[in-house]
Design a protein around this ligand. Sequence first.
Ligand code: GDD
Length: 327
Amino acid sequence: MKALVTGITGFAGSHLAEHLLREGYEVRGTFRPRSPLDNVSHILDNIKLVECELTDPFNVRKLFDNYEPDLIFHLAAQSFVAASWRSPRNTIVNNIVSQLNLFESLMERGLNPTFLVAGSSEEYGRIRSGDFPITEAIPLKPLSPYGVSKVAQDMLGYQYFQSYGLNVIRTRAFNHTGPRRGEVFVTSNFALQIAQIELGERDKVIKVGNLDAERDFTDVRDTVRAYVQVLREGRVGDIYNIASGKARSIRSVLDTLLALSRVDVRTEVDESRLRPSDLPKLEGSYDKLRNATGWEPKIPFEKTMSDLLDYWRDRLKKGYKPSTQRC
Ligand code: GDD
């Protein structure tokens, strides 16, 4: 079986590639010109990398020259919610047009692989307290440009399935994290700051944003296992949440990380980390996915946090310089 992963050098893409290799798939992946290859450097001999700007239809068409994948995992996206307010156009164009180009190229070539549209719990938006845990049936009312772009990807998937019979399966993944998580996302950002403090590379002050928000975290290694299972056993045209079923506050995420360290710190709110609107709580039901595939999250949150902290300790030891990107 041949699997194509868009955004293979990214966080989830690299974990998915590892999982697919273990499962015996032939793995090919796209990456953007100039993207760092660090996340896949250990598997470069086992995968085929193709440089491709997915917003360019000519580039995308060429992907399928003499190549017919059985499965496509479309993960490439501008995935940082905070950045979507700063550059909404970039998020909207990148996320929607890339997927459109893939669909149109497949149709032009007469190909119909099973195609994963990677949606997000950000699509749901603000939820009434009686509606938790969130099921796939809850109306979509996104509150970020990123959430809107993911609703559009989701609906495009639905429309191409209905109109042309493309074998699309849609997922809405709640937060996922683990080693290699980009440093702007909250779990990685806090873990990186703690690892820097441990090394004496920064003052004992952790910069934070909104600690009251609650999110439902799954380990990325469980999330990518769900992606594969859903394409194998899910129903084409359908939609599945990927979640742990349990929300936790961002404050408790920080506490979990601090409990894994020896440092004594204080927190300081960094106003630039606060968003124009932040969803107070996301907590998902994964009943539908479990019923269809038997999938359940396996890795406990404490293990995910411990692996993430070790990842940053190791990277810093190897000379990694934190970026100046806004969080
Ligand atoms: N990034 C960040 N940095 N977030 C902070 C901070 C901080 O210093 N302090 C508090 N937060 C809060 C955010 O306001 C948000 O409520 C929560 O922590 C999680 O933020 P992120 O880790 O940036 O993730 P996200 O929830 O916005 O989006 C992630 O999950 C989505 C699924 O719900 C991303 O992975 C998306 O791509 C994904 O679709």
